[in-house]
Design a protein around this ligand. Structure first.
Ligand SMILES: Nc1ncnc2c1ncn2[C@@H]1O[C@H](COP(=O)(O)OP(=O)(O)OP(=O)(O)O)[C@@H](O)[C@H]1O
Length: 923
C-alpha cells in the first residue's frame, strides 16, 4: 500500500482498477475451428479487437502478462488494504464461459490445488495473520451468498448440505429443501446488510477453505451449449476481518506499516458474476431461459450503474445512479462508487465466434475505469456509529425546538447545557459539604445531650446534699444505669420536640400548598427536607431550561425529561426509604433501652419504698401523738422528775418531728420519681406508636416506588413502540421518496425527450415551410401540395426503402454467416473423423491385416482416401475464405445496417432523425 493511502483518509478517491484476462481457446472452441480474434500490444496493457483498441490497467493471457500474475499485481494490494482497515472488492465480469469462475476459484472443491484468486487470498491472509498475531488479535468471519433469479440465498446455510442444481434438484434428483431468500436491509448510515446471513467465524485456512468448498457445492450451476458447468447465479464470497491491537506503541515491536488504530474492521468481497448470454447461442430454453433473463437483467442493471458512474459529465452533475434496479447493484453499491478499493477483472474468450460479446465486455470494462471510489479506513464501527448518532440526536433535538418557534437557538441551548453541567457539579459538591456538616451536627448534638445529662445529674446531687445526705450516699444513689436512663429520656424529649415541630411545619405547608401536590409526596418531602439539597434539579423545571413546557410535550425532549423525572423521583423515594429505615432502627434501639431498664420492677421498687416511708411516717406520727398525750398528762404534775421527763419527751418530739419532715421529703422525692417513671412509660408508648407509624409509612413508600417503576416501565414500552412505529413510517416514507425521485427522474427524462422531439419537429416544420416557400417561389406561387412536398415524400420513401433493403440484406448475411459457422463446425468434425480413419487405415495396411485386400485394391483405397482428405481440406479452406468473406460482409453491412444497431428507444429516435436528415438532404 502506498504512503498516501496509509496516512490519510481524506484524499483516498481512487478509480476502479480494471484488468482483462484473456483465457486460451478451449477444446470445444478448437473443435469448432475457432480462431483467435484478440491481439495484445506487446509490452503494453492494450488489446485490439478488429478496429477497436482499448487500454486497461493490466492485460493477462494471449501473450500479455501471464494469468498467474493476476493475484500478485491486482489482488495482493487489496489484501494489504484489508489489513489496514479498507473495504475491498474483486469483481469478475464477462460473457458466459469466459473464465470468471476459473479466475476467481469459486468452484473450489478443496482437491483442485490453489487455482483461482480466492484460494490464494485465503493463503496470504493466514500467512499475514501468523506474522502479526503477536501484535494484534484477529477475528475473521466469512459469508457466501448467491443471487439466483433476483433472490439472495445463503450458501453457508447449515440446512443446505446437498449440492444445488439450477433446476432445484441435487444430483440424482434429490429434492433439496426450499431455500429461504435473504432480505437486503439498509442501515441508518446507508450501508447494506443481509438479514440473517450466516457469518462463520474461521480460525485457520482449512476452516475457511471448507466454507468456500461448501458454498461452491451449493451454488446453482447448470449446463448450456456454451459452458457445461455454467454458473447460473452471481456469487459473493465475503471475508470480514476485525483486528484489535494487543501491543502498545511504547513497549511493543513496531510494525513496518503500522497505522495508529486500535480497532479496525473491513470486508473483502470476492464476486463471481454469472455470465451474460444469448439464449440462441446457449440453447437455453424452459427454466434455463428464465435464468438467463434474470442474469441478463442483473447485468443490464450493473451495466447501467457502470455507465452512470463512468460518465464523467453525469458524475459531475451528481446524476442518479440506478443502484436500486437490481439486487446485484444494491449489494455492489459500496464497491462501485462507494467506500471500497475495487478491482474489476474482465474475462474474455479469444474465439472469433465470441467477438461481439467480447467487444461489449471490453467496452464496459473500459467505462468502469472511470468509476471513482472513495475508500476510508473503517475504525471501530460501534464507536463511530454511536458518535454519529449522538451528534445527530443533539442536532435534531435542537432543530426540533428551534423549528417549533420556541426561540431557543442551538448555540443558546449548548450554553444552557453547559450551565446545567456546571450546576450539577457544584450541586454534588454542596451535597458532600452538607453531608459533612450533618455529621458534625450529629456529633455536637450527642455532646450536648451528654452535657445536659451531666448537668441534670449534678443538680440532683446538689439537691440531695442540700437535703442533708452525705456525699458518699449521694454517689451510691447515682448509678450508671440512672445516667443511661436519664440520657435516653433527654434524647427522647429532644426527638419528641423535633417531631412536634415537624408536624407543625407539615400542617403549615399543607395549608400553604393546598391539595395540588400529592399528600404522600408532601409528607415525605417535609419529613426529609433536611436531606434534600436545596438546589436539587426539579424535573418540572426542565422545560424551562430547554425551552417552554409545551415544547417538551413530544419527541426526544419529553423522553429525556420523563427519564430524568423518573430517576429523580426514584432517587427521592429511595432516600426516603433509607431515612425511614434509619429512623426505624433508631426507634427500635430506644425501645430496647426501655425494655432493658425493666420499668415494672423499677415501679414496684418505688411504690414499695413509698409504702415503707408511709408506714415509717405513720409510726413516727403515732409515737409523736403518744408523746404529746403523755406530755399533756404530765403538764398537770409539777415535780422535778416529771419536769425532766417532760423535757426529754419534748426533745424526743422535736427529733421525731424532724424525722417526720425528712420522711415527708423522701416521700415527695419518691413520688416525683414515680411520676417521672409514669411519664417515661407514656413516652415509650408513644415511641411504640411512632414505630408503627414509620413502618406503615415504609410499606406505603415501597408500594409507591413499585407503582412508579411500573408506570415508568409501561410508559417506556409504549414510547419504544411509538418510536419503532415512527421509524417504520420513516423507512416507508424514505422508500416512497426514492420511488417518487425515480419517477421524477423518469418524468424529467421523458420531458427532456419530448422537448427535444418538439424542437426537432419545430425545426423540421420550419425546414418544410421554407422548402415549400422555396418550391412555391420556383413554380411561381402554386398550392401547398405542390411538387416540393412530393419530392420530400419521395426522398423519405426512398430512404426508408433503402434502409429496409439493407436490413433484409444484413439479416440474410447473418443467417448465411450462422449457417456457414455451423457448416464449418460440421466440416471440422468430419475432417477430424476422416483424419482419424485415414490413420487407422494406414496402420491396418501396415501391420494388422495386410492380406485382407489385394495390393491393387489397397492402393486404390489409399488413393480414394487421400482424395477425400484433399477434397475435405480444400472444402475447409474454401469455407474458411467464404466465412471470412461473410464476416467481412457482416461487418460492412452490420456497420451500415443502422436498424441492427438499435438497442433502445433513443437509438430508434436517432435513426428516425437520420432518415429525416436524408429526406431533407434529398430535398
Ligand atoms: N485461464 C484458463 N485456462 C484454461 N481453461 C480455462 C481458463 N479460464 C477458463 N477456462 C475454462 O473455460 C471454461 C469456462 O470457464 P468458467 O466456467 O470459469 O466460465 P464462466 O465465465 O464462469 O462461465 P459462466 O458465466 O457460464 O459460469 C471451463 O471449462 C474452464 O476450465
Amino acid at each position: 500500500m502506498d504512503a498516501t493511502e496509509n496516512t490519510s483518509d481524506k484524499d483516498s478517491t481512487q478509480c476502479v482498477k480494471v484488468a482483462v484476462n484473456i483465457r486460451p481457446l478451449i477444446n470445444s472452441e478448437r473443435l469448432q475451428g475457432c480462431k483467435d480474434c484478440i491481439s495484445v500490444i506487446p509490452g503494453e496493457p492494450q488489446v485490439q479487437l478488429g478496429n477497436h483498441a482499448f487500454t486497461f490497467d493490466h492485460v493477462y493471457g494471449s501473450m500479455g502478462s501471464p494469468s498467474s500474475a493476476i493475484y500478485g499485481e491486482c489482488v495482493a494490494p487489496l489484501v494489504d488494504a484489508l489489513f489496514h482497515g479498507y473495504n475491498a472488492t474483486v469483481l469478475a465480469y464477462g460473457q458466459t464461459g469466459s473464465g470468471k469462475t476459473y479466475t476467481m476459484g469459486t468452484s473450489y472443491s478443496g482437491d483442485t490445488g490453489n487455482e483461482g484468486i480466492i484460494p490464494k487470498v485465503m493463503e496470504s491472509i493466514f500467512e499475514k495473520v501468523d506474522e502479526l498475531k503477536s501484535q494484534r488479535e484477529f477475528l475473521i468471519r466469512v459469508s457466501f451468498i448467491e443471487i439466483f433469479k433476483e433472490e439472495v440465498h445463503d450458501l453457508l446455510d447449515p440446512s443446505l448440505s446437498a449440492p444445488v442444481k439450477a433446476d432445484g434438484f441435487g444430483p440424482g434428483k434429490i429434492l433439496v429443501p426450499p431455500r429461504v431468500p435473504i432480505q437486503i436491509r439498509e442501515t441508518a448510515n446507508g450501508g447494506i446488510t443481509l438479514a440473517g446471513v450466516t457469518e462463520a467465524e474461521v480460525r485457520s485456512i482449512d476452516e475457511m477453505a471448507s466454507y468456500l468448498a461448501q458454498g461452491s457445492m451449493c451454488r446453482a450451476t447448470g449446463s448450456t451449449n456454451m459452458n457445461s458447468e455454467s454458473s447460473r447465479s452471481h456469487a459473493i464470497f465475503t471475508i470480514t476481518m476485525e483486528q484489535k491491537r494487543t501491543v502498545s506503541y511504547s513497549n511493543g515491536p513496531v510494525m513496518e506499516d503500522d497505522g495508529c488504530d486500535d480497532f479496525l474492521c473491513a470486508k473483502l468481497h470476492l464476486v463471481d458474476l454469472a455470465g451474460s448470454e444469448r439464449a440462441k447461442r446457449t440453447g437455453a430454453d424452459g427454466s434455463r431461459f428464465k435464468e438467463g433473463i434474470h442474469i441478463n437483467k442483473g447485468l443490464l442493471a450493473l451495466g447501467n450503474v457502470i455507465s452512470a458512474l463512468g460518465d464523467e459529465k453525469k458524475r459531475k452533475e451528481g446524476g442518479h445512479v440506478p443502484y436500486r434496479d437490481s439486487k446485484l447493484t444494491r449489494l455492489l453499491q459500496d464497491s462501485l462508487g462507494g467506500n471500497s478499493k475495487t478491482v474489476m477483472i474482465a474475462c474474455v474468450s479469444p474465439a472469433d465466434t465470441n467477438a461481439e460479446e467480447t467487444l461489449n465486455t471490453l467496452k464496459y470494462a473500459n467505462r468502469a475505469r472511470n468509476i471513482q471510489n472513495k475508500a476510508i479506513i473503517n475504525r471501530d464501527p460501534m464507536v463511530a456509529q454511536m458518535q454519529r448518532m449522538r451528534l445527530q440526536l443533539e442536532q435534531l433535538q435542537a432543530e426540533l425546538l428551534y423549528s417549533r418557534g420556541e426561540g431557543v437557538p442551538f448555540e443558546e441551548l449548548q450554553v444552557l447545557r453547559h450551565k446545567i453541567s456546571v450546576l450539577e457539579v457544584s450541586n454534588t459538591e454542596l451535597q458532600q459539604e452538607l453531608q459533612e456538616t450533618r455529621i458534625t451536627c450529629d456529633r455536637l448534638a450527642r455532646n450536648a445531650i451528654d452535657a445536659q445529662v451531666e448537668k441534670d445529674q449534678l443538680l440532683v446531687k446538689m439537691e440531695s446534699v442540700r437535703n442533708g445526705k452525705s456525699w458518699d450516699e449521694v454517689e451510691d444513689d447515682t448509678k450508671m444505669q440512672d445516667f443511661d436512663l436519664m440520657k435516653s429520656y433527654v434524647v427522647k424529649i429532644q426527638e419528641l420536640e423535633g417531631e412536634v415541630q415537624r408536624s407543625q411545619s407539615l400542617m403549615n405547608s399543607q395549608k400553604l400548598t393546598g391539595p395540588v401536590r400529592g399528600g404522600f409526596m408532601d409528607c415525605l418531602e417535609l419529613e426529609d427536607e433536611r436531606f434534600l439539597p436545596k438546589d436539587a434539579l426539579d424535573p418540572t423545571e426542565i422545560p424551562s431550561i430547554c425551552g417552554s413546557k409545551s415544547s417538551a410535550d413530544s419527541g426526544e425532549v419529553v423522553e429525556v425529561q420523563k427519564e430524568l423525572e423518573h430517576s429523580t423521583i426514584q432517587d427521592t423515594l429511595g432516600r426516603e426509604l433509607q431515612e425511614l429505615d434509619k429512623r426505624l432502627e433508631q426507634k427500635e434501639a430506644e425501645m430496647k433501652l426501655f425494655a432493658k431498664a425493666d420499668t415494672t420492677v423499677l415501679k414496684q421498687h418505688y411504690e414499695k419504698k413509698l409504702m415503707e416511708l408511709e408506714h415509717e411516717k405513720k409510726a413516727l406520727m403515732n409515737e409523736m401523738e403518744h408523746l404529746r398525750s403523755e406530755l399533756a398528762n404530765m403538764s398537770s404534775a409539777s415535780d422535778d422528775n416529771t419536769q425532766k421527763l417532760k423535757e426529754e419527751y419534748l426533745q424526743k418530739l422535736n427529733r421525731l418531728e424532724v424525722q417526720v419532715m425528712e420522711l415527708k421529703k423522701k416521700q415527695e422525692a419518691q413520688s416525683q420519681l414515680l411520676r417521672q417513671k409514669q411519664k417515661s412509660d407514656e413516652a415509650a408508648k408513644r415511641l411504640q406508636e411512632e414505630i408503627q407509624r414509620i413502618k406503615s409509612q415504609k410499606v406505603q413508600l415501597q408500594h409507591k416506588i413499585k407503582q412508579e417503576s411500573e408506570q415508568f416501565r409501561m410508559w417506556k414500552a409504549s414510547r419504544e413502540k411509538e418510536v419503532l412505529q415512527l421509524k417504520k413510517e420513516g423507512r416507508r416514507n424514505e422508500y416512497e421518496m426514492h420511488k417518487l425521485l425515480a419517477l421524477n427522474q423518469r418524468q424529467k427524462m421523458v420531458l427532456q425527450r419530448k422537448t427535444e422531439e418538439a424542437s426537432m419537429a419545430t425545426k423540421r416544420l420550419k425546414e418544410l415551410l421554407e422548402a415549400r416557400k422555396a418550391s412555391s417561389r420556383e413554380v411561381g406561387g402554386g398550392n401547398g401540395n405542390g411538387p416540393g412536398a412530393q419530392v420530400n415524400e419521395k426522398a423519405l420513401r426512398q430512404a426508408i426503402e433503402h434502409e429496409l433493403e439493407v436490413m433484409v440484406h444484413v439479416h440474410e448475411v447473418r443467417t448465411e454467416y450462422t449457417r456457414q459457422m455451423e457448416a464449418r463446425a460440421a466440416m471440422a468434425k468430419e475432417h477430424a473423423r476422416l483424419e482419424e480413419e485415414a490413420e487407422t487405415l494406414k496402420q491396418n495396411l501396415m501391420s494388422d491385416c495386410p492380406q485382407a485386400m489385394s495390393p491393387g485394391a489397397r492402393t486404390s483405397r489409399i488413393l480414394a482416401l487421400e482424395n477425400m482428405l484433399t477434397t475435405s481440406s480444400s472444402t475447409l479452406v474454401a469455407m474458411a475464405s467464404q466465412l471470412s468473406e461473410a464476416e467481412e460482409r457482416e461487418r460492412v453491412f452490420g456497420g451500415r445496417g443502422r436498424w441492427n444497431q438499435v438497442r433502445s428507444l433513443g437509438d430508434a429516435k436517432n435513426l428516425l432523425n437520420y432518415l429525416f436528415n436524408i429526406a431533407s438532404s434529398a430535398r
